[in-house]
Structure formats: C-alpha cells, structure tokens
Design a protein around this ligand. Sequence first.
Ligand SMILES: Nc1ncnc2c1ncn2[C@@H]1O[C@H](COP(=O)(O)OP(=O)(O)OP(=O)(O)O)[C@@H](O)[C@H]1O
Ligand SMILES: [Mg+2]
Length: 279
Amino acid sequence: MRVVIHGLTKEFVSGPKGEKKVRALAGVDLEVRDQEFFGVIGPTGCGKTTLLHILAGLEKPTDGSVEFVGDKRTEAMVSMVFQDAALMPWRTVERNVPLGPEFRKQSVPIYKRVTQFFLEMVRMLDFSGSHPAELSGGMKQKVAIARALANDPEVIVMDEPFASLDAQTRLLLREELLSIWEKHKKTVILVTHNIEEAVMLCDRVAVMSASPGVIKSVVTVDLPRPRGFKSMTNPDFVRCLDKIWDLLRYEVDRAMKENHPSRVEEQPAPRRKTIFDWW
Ligand SMILES: Nc1ncnc2c1ncn2[C@@H]1O[C@H](COP(=O)(O)OP(=O)(O)OP(=O)(O)O)[C@@H](O)[C@H]1O
Ligand SMILES: [Mg+2]
C-alpha cells in the first residue's frame, strides 16, 4: 500500500475563545512506497506525532490530502503503535491484542487464532494471561506491536515505539521488528528521534524542519538487508548517519531557540489522543 501525502497542513485552535493557534504542519508532501520501511525524524514539536495521528485517522487535517493507493482494500488501513504502548490495564495480554478483530466483530475462534499467531511472533505467548502491569516496558511494546499486526492493517505507523526503553532492550526490539517486517512486509512509517535507529531500520528517512513542519529532505539508506546490529559497523551506515545529522542539526538548533521557556509555560501541554479515545 502506497501512501501519498499532499500539502498536508494542520492548525490547532485552542483556548476558550479559540484565540490560540498553533500551526503544526505547513504543507507536507511525501510519498511512501508499498512495503517500505520509512522513517521520519525531526526536532521536537515539528509535528511528527500530528502527522501520524492524521494518517491513523485520529486527527483531521486543516488542508491537504492523504491517499492510500494499492490493490487491496482492507477494513483496517492503518494501525498505530504509541510511545507508551497504551495497553488497556484491565485486560490481559491475550485480550489486549485482538482489539481490531473484536471491534470488527470477527468470530471468537478467528480472533483467538490471530492473537496466538502474533503473540508467538513477538515471543510473548507465555505471557498471554498476564496483565500489562506485570510486564516490562519492552514486553508491553511487543504486545502493542502484536496488537497492531493483529489488526491486519496495510500500513503501520509507529510513534517513537522504543523511546522509553533502555538501550539494550531497544537494540533487541529493533532487531525483532526488522525480522517481523522481513516476514510480514507491511508499509511501516516510523517516527524516531534516534538517527541510528532510523538508519538501521529504514529504507528512506524524511528529515522534517523545525515547527511548523515541512519535509526538508528525504535520505535514502543504502545498506544491504537483512540488517542487524552488525550493520552499524558498515562505513555506509556512518556516512548516512552523518548526512542525516547534517540536515537535522540546524533544525534542532532553530527549534531550541524558538522554544523559549516562557512560551512553553504559557501553553499547558495539550491532552494527546490515545488508543482509548479511538476505542
Ligand atoms: N491537540 C493539540 N492542541 C493544540 N496544539 C497541539 C495539539 N497537538 C499538538 N499540538 C501542537 O502542535 C505542534 C506539533 O506537535 P507534535 O506533538 O506533533 O510534535 P512532535 O514532532 O511529535 O514533537 P515531539 O518530538 O516532542 O514528540 C506542537 O507545537 C504542539 O504543541
Ligand atoms: Mg511526538
């Protein structure tokens, strides 16, 4: 499934009289190929999460369009993996995974089979009966990935899925995600702040400008697959890292200067939508 984004603009209006306006995206043009592992990187506040929310249908754009182009039309076009897993705490692992099939009222035997299949894929079958509070951060993220896959989407969007994990778990999960993607090719759009992560996982990486976000450049990662930890020793890996950082550092600097602390204090952090709003 190809994702064609054209002129995507988002303005948030808030405050009691609608007096506060934030331009989060200012005309994003992007084309993500079928089965591509596509990265998005950019300074904080540049609109990455907003972009993913629009793709997942959690927010409506102010202007512009998103088109999903492919032969198949599935019920679930896009699944989202959130930074904090966003599992339902009162449900066990095996009841968290089949949210999509359950929502579409698929029969119990079908969604049980799907759940088992994907829990096995992320190696979490032994924890089927556990509640999220009994799992480590990495395990929760694996369940969130299984839930996204169980929804059988054409496109998976991931918002810094490993950001809250320790460095080693992060490395392991990157490798697991890569091997799942190799087997189960979906179009993946991954937002990350980590340049190494972007280069290790992605076919191409879009670098966004400081707020309001536009796509500054798209870098092709010319590294052979399958990739893994050892890919980081490839000189092309370092070259690519360098190229992305060259593009990014100016934008990060600009975002830091513009994000004056007094401005941040004036605006309380907006309440983000979560899977629960969706559900
Ligand atoms: N619901 C909302 N209401 C008002 N403003 C919002 C809302 N959601 C996001 N924004 C604003 O839109 C801009 C982009 O936010 P967004 O969360 O998309 O950035 P981001 O690139 O994901 O940042 P980070 O890297 O820190 O996660 C920010 O200025 C943010 O304050
Ligand atoms: Mg974000």
